[in-house]
Design a protein around this ligand. Sequence first.
Ligand SMILES: Cc1cc2nc3c(=O)[nH]c(=O)nc-3n(C[C@H](O)[C@H](O)[C@H](O)COP(=O)(O)OP(=O)(O)OC[C@H]3O[C@@H](n4cnc5c(N)ncnc54)[C@H](O)[C@@H]3O)c2cc1C
Length: 402
Amino acid sequence: MSEPLVIIGNGMAAARLVDELAQCALGRYAIAVIGDEPRLAYNRVLLSSVLAGEATSEEIELRSAAWWRDRGVTLKFGSTATSIDMNTREVRTASGKRVPFSKLVFATGSSALRLPVPGAELAGVHTFRDSRDVDLLIELAAQKKRVVVVGGGLLGLEAAYGLAKAGSTVTLIHLMDRLMERQLDAAAAALLKTLVERKGVTVLLNANTATIYGNESVQGVELKDGRRLDADAVIFAAGIRPNTSLAKDAGIAVNRGILVDDRMATATGGVFALGECAEHRGTCYGLVEPAYEQAKVLARHLAGRAAAYEGSVLATNLKVSGVSVFSAGDFMAAEGSETLLLNDISRGIYKKLVISGGMLTGAVLVGDTRDALWYLELIRSGADVDSLRANMMFGRSLAEAA
Ligand SMILES: Cc1cc2nc3c(=O)[nH]c(=O)nc-3n(C[C@H](O)[C@H](O)[C@H](O)COP(=O)(O)OP(=O)(O)OC[C@H]3O[C@@H](n4cnc5c(N)ncnc54)[C@H](O)[C@@H]3O)c2cc1C
């Protein structure tokens, strides 16, 4: 008889895990997926495209209902897991159901943070995490509302671009002195700012939110330096927090995320975690690629094969607000490393390659990311790049032909 395996969360990590399990352990487990969103798993990364009107909500579904059914998966969507009884080995749901498990996987993702500022609870303050948020943002844009987006990282930029494209007047405010400071150096960030402003978004840097003002609903944002920005809505895109409370309440070890080892196992027998809710070697990843690498390892482990996840080299390869951006490794260039630079502002192209000890150790690209995967491969493999160096800035074909 198949062993009952329950996955909590019906997001990107869960869908990939089922996919991987179907390939390496078909029939071994009777899988049930409990997800609180009221729909089939979808590609969350593409929510920005839905907001920008470049894709429909249906088009971003990861798998059809038939796909899940054909793999024998019991899907319980629109269902929130509320507690776990480790003695009887059952998950309880908000509707009072008990779902028994032999093995349990947390794939609960993260939640968007709301800044603890006065006014954060007013009507008109939203976040950008799931398709329900996107439906709301689309409505705001259709009504040509003035929106302030708080946060100049990936999510904030995506929200700002999508809203502007859909018809809102958008001001993006960011606490730091440059956009995407965790992925970009100052020059790349400055170019990105110019390109984003060309798309109709006003960007304010060094902008610290003091208060959101309004009576019952938002009327604007006041910054710590006294500037006031009138607005009908505010979108928080200023960080995420792993969803760990369910695990913590069940006695599973949690730090920032749910603590897992190289097999994605918690210290509690038969209980695993992956994706944004998991913390591996001190890191909670906020990107989808590590979640997919973890899904592969966990599926192999659940299939009884040896596999270990050793962490991911963080690379960001995205279209941010319609602009291609790539960043990987030591993009700030640590002391003792050398930097190759190309900065063509009028064409909107910036490239920086960081070399240390004869190896490529970091890269930042804005505007032209055609060679991103090649650079990433070089960084990951630690290959000697001396023979490529003269032309590597101009792409793989030129560098390898030389
Ligand atoms: C707008 C947007 C754009 C993004 N763009 C990029 C990008 O360009 N590149 C990139 O790498 N990453 C991007 N990300 C991040 C990426 O989407 C996440 O890293 C990825 O979705 C993580 O997968 P996950 O399964 O861990 O979490 P999720 O996909 O968030 O899935 C977790 C699911 O668990 C559910 N859940 C939580 N608690 C419970 C419970 N108690 N009971 C039942 N269900 C529960 C949640 O509702 C959710 O559906 C983006 C994210 C957003 C929001």
